[in-house]
Design a binder for this molecule. Structure first.
Ligand code: BGC
Length: 380
């Protein structure tokens, strides 16, 4: 609208004495995005995108590691708080060893001794967790700079990230072309769509590693959060946190979260598996057919009324209770103590390439890897 027109309509409006405002005076919220510099890594420019939906829910995501730097969602009074652990600047993420908010690949969680066989060839991956390979190796997808492009969608706003992982990067065969789309929908969901193709048979298992605290990041531990996990079985681990191959029924164990249960109510009980993980650090076998979007978990926090649901097409989900956090300062210098955040990492089971009975993580040349996870926020 030109200045003259705007002035004219103002005069008409003032003269009319109407109680109802013309629509162009009503501030309307629409989903939007913006981008700013976030520093440099590997000589490459790193960007920070801000996605805002029409309800004011806001996600800040950086092209470094595809990291969700902050996620502001409302409580029962409508007050927005940042509910993910992280740092104030890129430097914090460059030094990070906890994978706060990051995209994880090529393989989420551990591969025993960093070894696996594919088509008769044994591959040796980078080992970065004792003798094991964890979260993609020394320089996984959480530590590389992705290309970013944001756009509005019919029901929100989306950041699409792409990365090409070269043949034998961290020991994995094949060039892998990866796309991860983060969509912040107007239904207050953070939706993650992963896809990948390869030019040689390889293995892929992508996930997302946000540490949540629905009371607000840095605001105490997460032990009183009520958690439901839609899983009747989990994969027990050996002392190196490698699955033994068993799918164990959760019935009668501290791993039964089929009904909402406080995270902390059984976490310190005498249980061999909880001792190994120093708490929960286990893959749950999500009920229902994998490949189909279904509810994997629901978490609520009483004081704020915040609720988060997790929906996924993946067969498994790692439930990790921040057992390796030990007071290192995060955002605003707040110390992130033991169990100040929890992760719900949707995935194929850890060490699948070495367990032929687990759902396969092999991606064939010419095929497409696809996976979707939704973190949905509400309050009550
Ligand atoms: C793993 C933990 C690991 C953590 C890294 C989780 O996904 O299961 O064992 O320590 O990531 O911070």
């Amino acid at each position: 609208m030109t200045f003259k027109l705007r002035a004219l309509s103002l005069i008409i409006f003032a003269a009319s004495g109407l109680a109802v405002q013309p629509t162009f005076f009503v501030p309307q919220r629409v989903a939007s995005f913006s981008k700013e510099d976030f520093g440099q890594s590997d000589g490459k420019k790193v960007e920070l995108y801000t996605l805002t939906n029409r309800n004011g829910v806001e996600a800040k995501i950086t092209t470094y590691g595809g990291i969700v730097v902050s996620l502001k969602v409302p409580d029962k009074q409508g007050k927005l708080s940042d509910i993910v652990l992280g740092y104030d600047n890129l430097e914090g993420y460059l030094q990070d060893t906890s994978y706060f908010g990051a995209l994880i690949g090529r393989y989420g969680n551990r591969i025993a001794k960093g070894r696996f066989k594919l088509n008769g060839t044994e591959y040796k991956l980078a080992t970065n967790n004792g003798e094991n390979h964890l979260h993609g190796g020394v320089k996984g997808f959480d530590k590389v700079v992705w290309n970013g492009r944001a756009a509005k969608t019919t029901n929100g706003v989306r950041l699409t990230l792409t990365y090409q992982s070269h043949d034998m990067e961290e020991g994995y065969p094949g060039n892998l072309f990866v796309t991860v789309a983060y969509t912040l929908t107007n239904a207050n969901e953070l939706r993650i769509d992963y896809s990948a193709t390869t030019d040689k048979d390889t293995i892929v298992n992508l996930t997302h590693h946000s540490y949540f605290n629905l009371a607000g990041e840095g605001n105490g531990d997460i032990l009183k959060h009520q958690l439901m996990i839609n899983a009747s079985r989990f994969t027990p681990v050996d002392p190196g946190l490698i699955p033994t191959g068993e799918l164990r029924n959760v019935k009668g164990t501290p791993f039964d979260f089929l009904q909402p249960t406080p995270i902390g109510s059984r976490i310190d009980t005498e249980d061999e598996q909880l001792k190994i993980g120093r708490g929960y650090d286990h893959n749950f076998v999500i009920n229902g057919p994998s490949g189909v979007l279904r509810k994997a978990a629901s978490v609520s926090e009483e004081t704020t009324g915040r609720v988060m649901e997790v929906w996924t097409t993946e067969p498994g989900m790692q439930f990790y209770t921040g057992n390796f956090l030990s007071g290192k300062p995060g955002k605003g210098g707040k110390p992130y103590q033991f169990r100040y955040g929890f992760c719900l990492e949707t995935q194929h089971y850890p060490d699948s390439p070495n367990h032929l009975l687990f759902p396969t993580t092999v991606l064939k040349k010419g095929a497409r890897y696809q996976s979707t996870t939704i973190y949905r926020f509400s309050s009550r």
